[in-house]
Design a binder for this molecule. Sequence first.
Ligand SMILES: Nc1ccn([C@@H]2O[C@H](COP(=O)(O)OP(=O)(O)OP(=O)(O)O)[C@@H](O)[C@H]2O)c(=O)n1
Ligand SMILES: [Mg+2]
Length: 424
Amino acid sequence: MKIYMVGGAVRDKLLGLPVTDHDWVVVGATPEALTAQGFLPVGKDFPVFLHPQTREEYALARTERNSARGYRGFEVYAAPEVTLEQDLARRDLTINSIAAPAHPDSAKGLFEPDFDALVDPYGGQRDLQAKVLRHVTDAFREDPVRILRLARFAARFADFSIAPETLAMMWEMVTDGEVDGLVPERVWQELARGLMEDKPSRMFDALRACGALQHLLPEVERLWGVAQSAQYHPEIDTGIHLMMVLDMAAQLGAPLPVRFACLCHDLGKGTTPADVLPRHIGHEERSAKLLKDVCQRLRVPSECREIADVVAREHGNIHRSGEFSPAAVVRLLERCDAFRKPRRFADILLACECDARGRLGFEQTPYPQRPRLLQLLAAAQSVATDKVAAEAMAAGQSGPKIGEWIHQARVEAVRQSAAAAPAP
Ligand SMILES: Nc1ccn([C@@H]2O[C@H](COP(=O)(O)OP(=O)(O)OP(=O)(O)O)[C@@H](O)[C@H]2O)c(=O)n1
Ligand SMILES: [Mg+2]
């Protein structure tokens, strides 16, 4: 048997990037031979084994066919006579189809890849140098998730382009309805990973270029070509604004829920009636409704869904909060559930900063609303609620009236804090 390091580990090593997870392929072996060497079988669908010490994945060389639409319908063929070239041929991108032969290092009991003896039958190194994302063979079509994977790699390797023939193939796959059969969990998984890359906008550029975004997220696709007022949005186009917001979220190191909230905050601008454009009165409510559809369709986890809902509804109010009375500030904090979930509120404010700075010419503009609302929240939180409640009861109050007293005490605390540091 012969063992090779493959996939992302070889690619990242050649790019000089840190390598975290190692994938291996085993040629000329049977499951029995691997088990005899101490490897642990794991794959339910695929013949995959774990190294007894490192727990890294070792897969038998295989060919595969997609027997049905979507993710589940694979037929896998693994046998000792499947060659390395055959295994590399069924992979997604040339840059992911380079193999490094590995030699057992008997001292450590591990395998050491030899990067001076790469096996690269599909031009992976050439495409790494030319910075091109290119499919390996027609087998790319067998797995439509690869459209999303490619889009995600475009977001990660922001200076790579998509080979025209690959884009053409993706376009055909989309036209054939291939992305419509994807299971929601896989779509969400890839979208979430792409959102977390350095330049998320490039994932959406790629998905638009092949027509997939219209199928996966029509609510987002629709935003291109929708005008906004030039006074607040010099970039005008809502789709362009959205991409700037996402890239700002990446630049500010925002976590996934914040990035998802950014993605969905302006969905309602896509359904603004033509006669009120470029104004978008009431778009917040419409965003929240469309967000609900997206979350149901893609089974978005509740952590992402909930923050996105608040950001969709309240981002305009948070932007304008500098003009709010102390009572209006407290009502805003209450609607955001900031007293119970202060950390989530900080994330909501981060999403709003991304929105404000994700505009042409505003990238470096400070967003004082964020520190100010955090300060006012801290002031409102400093109210000793049990003391206020005791006072209210001593004054003969009960039920909701006690809540009103607490609310009033918080308004007073916000008033004092705001007076000490007025909005800029
Ligand atoms: N739908 C898929 C998934 C994986 N692969 C192949 O399996 C390898 C390992 O997959 P994975 O670990 O998911 O991706 P990586 O390329 O290693 O990228 P990452 O850095 O995201 O792990 C890929 O390089 C690719 O050769 C593929 O061809 N098609
Ligand atoms: Mg990997």
